[in-house]
Design a protein around this ligand. Structure first.
Ligand SMILES: N#Cc1c(-c2ccc3ccn(Cc4ccccn4)c3c2)n[nH]c1N
Length: 243
């Protein structure tokens, strides 16, 4: 997978070259290119924003600069690309989104700042039949799209074959089966008077699996009843319902 990020703060994306993601890049599982939007400005001030039509607070990012930047970056590679625009007004980015994007050959992230990017940039891409997703990572407001791109790239890349040491980790993720993950424990057996639940030390794998499922159901019911309500009919078996 090739990932391109266009931003006025390239340094914000430096963490993508660290740790697990850095190793995925080193192993050739991911190609990452970060581009400074100001490279496509033509004025001495390298202006990327202007006042909003209709008035209102803040500034809006200029369509000319973004249009030229996207055209140029898309032309760098012939692989078909999905354009991703983080925005607080976007559709929710979820584990299902991350899973779906693992099938993409290329993702091009457009990081806005100020009050966002002139809408015509997205409209123009869509009318050229380019796939464009306007997505939000959560119901709070950030200052720009860069942090959202860090989140989304990590969520997608960790699912790519060969990235995680143990692929089962991704299968047992929170959300992967529609439930939150239950509690996890490691040595020592007793810590500050708190013991690891006995069932986890029993060696009885059926009982352990049941206990873990019950804890996941319990935690999901307590913290995210919306996820429980959204589960498909056949997602819970009789043992689950008995819980
Ligand atoms: N994903 C995501 C986001 C963002 C986000 C993403 C991109 C931009 C580009 C500019 N701003 C600031 C801004 C503030 C107010 C109204 C519009 N825009 C962004 C915020 N905020 N919260 C999320 N879950």
């Amino acid at each position: 997978m090739r990932i391109d990020v266009i931003t006025i703060f390239p340094g914000y994306l430096a963490p993508l070259r660290e740790a697990l993601l850095g190793r995925a890049i080193g192993a050739g599982l991911v190609d990452l290119a970060v581009h400074d939007l100001r490279s496509w400005t033509r004025d001495v001030h390298q202006a990327v924003d202007d006042s909003p039509y209709g008035g209102g607070p803040g500034m809006v990012m200029r369509p000319q600069v973004w249009g030229e930047a996207l055209d140029a970056v898309l032309a760098l590679d012939e692989r078909p690309a999905r354009i991703v625009v983080p925005t607080p007004a976007g559709r929710p980015f979820t584990q299902a989104t991350a899973q779906a994007w693992t099938g993409e050959e290329r993702l091009v992230f457009a990081c806005g700042r100020y009050e966002g990017i002139d809408q015509r940039v997205v409209d123009d891409a869509r009318r050229r039949d380019l796939p464009v997703d306007e997505v939000s990572i959560g119901d709070y407001v950030l200052v720009g799209g860069e942090v959202a791109v860090l989140v989304m790239v990590e969520a997608v890349v960790r699912l790519l074959p060969g990235v995680l040491g143990n692929p089962a980790s991704a299968q047992q993720d929170s959300f992967s089966d529609g439930l939150l993950e239950g509690p996890a424990y490691t040595r020592p057996e007793v810590w500050r008077g708190l013991a690891v639940p006995e069932v986890l030390r029993s060696g009885n794998h059926a009982k352990i699996a049941r206990w873990r499922r019950d804890r996941a159901l319990e935690r999901t019911a307590q913290r995210r009843p919306d996820l429980l309500a959204a589960l498909p009919e056949d997602a819970l078996d009789d043992a689950d319902r008995a819980f």
